[in-house]
Design a protein around this ligand. Structure first.
Ligand SMILES: [Zn+2]
Length: 340
């Protein structure tokens, strides 16, 4: 099916199969994209051409071979047949003499009739399609019960992971995960979450400390220098106590609480065993940090962090980033099903 007037290649073909193929191809962000035309051979997407009626489907093999030679010569001008990776969405007759001349070829719709091709293309191009392990983690996290301050913790398990979301941050078609965390001691999940949201002591929660660092840094507040000090040890407290404005520190703690309670929400995944918990936490953090499809927005508070790792990863985290990620959605589904 084609337009009746001269059009750009991308608009000339009007069949649903072509439209979905085009959408799929664009989603793959290839370096180059062409249409294989029985009349013109290789066509760049923005070239204007007149409507025509010609198809390889009714041609004899010798003619198709001749046509393929022409296309291969055109392809050699734009691509490297030996080293480039090619994805074919075109039908069998269009690709059969081309494929053997290339080293890296992918035919995602191979062997499918038109109906099945359409079905598969619709699935692959639908907005909600889960396409990466990070998207899968987001999907799982968003489907769980969401806790917002002031929350009722009766439904929070004793042991597990929490996934934090932040207002204004989105990724993978929904709220974006900005932190993944767990606890080390047995049965401490609830109290770990309390340390973030309720206990106003930055030295007991690295997360609170990091939120405070960004709030102070955003307004060039010189108190940042004192906020950095860890006053947990008696000795440190004695050493710095006459330099620190504790009243102001308490105000900043309040600000941190206010920010967290207003902007953060979380879901939890129950994982009873400590070893599994730490391993799964590390893998989730790595997966999300490696993901190129989601990250901090321009307005995200974390952009003001003095910690490079937070700015770069888009996560309120500095550990377990960029280690071993999950490689497939199935791996995540299996592990999380088994544990919860
Ligand atoms: Zn992601």
């Amino acid at each position: 099916m084609k337009q009746e007037i001269r059009s750009k290649v991308a608009d000339l073909y009007t069949s649903p199969l072509f439209k979905f193929n085009l959408k799929y191809a664009r989603q793959q962000s290839p370096d180059q994209m062409f249409v294989l035309s029985a009349l013109h051979g290789l066509l760049p997407m923005d070239q204007e051409i007149d409507p025509y009626e010609l198809t390889l489907n009714t041609m004899k093999s010798a003619q198709i071979k001749e046509w393929s030679e022409l296309v291969l010569n055109q392809l050699r001008e734009f691509t490297d047949l030996e080293n480039d990776h090619f994805t074919f969405l075109a039908g069998m007759k269009y690709r059969k003499f081309l494929v053997p001349q290339m080293n890296h070829v992918n035919v995602p719709l191979e062997g499918l009739g038109i109906g099945k091709q359409l079905q598969k293309l619709k699935k692959m191009t639908s907005g909600n399609a889960v396409t990466s392990p990070c998207a899968k983690i987001h999907e799982i996290g968003r489907n769980l019960e969401r806790f917002r301050f002031p929350y009722d913790d009766t439904n929070i398990p004793k042991n597990g992971l929490y996934l934090l979301f932040e207002k204004g941050e989105s990724g993978h078609h929904g709220d974006r995960i900005v932190r993944i965390g767990t606890h080390t001691g047995a049965n401490q999940l609830k109290s770990r979450i309390k340390q973030h949201f309720l206990n106003e002591n930055k030295d007991r929660s690295i997360f609170r400390k990091n939120i405070g660092r960004s709030l102070l840094n955003r307004r060039n507040d010189p108190f940042l220098e004192f906020w950095e000090l860890d006053l947990t040890a008696r000795k440190a407290k004695d050493q710095y106590s006459d330099q620190i404005d504790f009243e102001y520190q308490a105000k900043v703690e309040e600000e941190v609480s206010e920010y967290m309670r207003t902007n953060l929400s979380f879901s939890v995944i129950e994982i009873p065993e400590k070893s599994g918990r730490l391993e799964i936490e590390s893998k989730i953090i790595s997966t999300v940090s490696w993901c190129e499809e989601c990250g901090g927005s321009g307005d995200w508070l974390g952009q003001y962090s003095p910690k490079d790792k937070i700015v770069k990863s888009g996560l309120w985290l500095v550990n377990e980033l960029y280690k071993t990620p999950y490689y497939s959605q199935n791996e995540i589904q299996l592990i999380l099903n088994k544990k919860s």
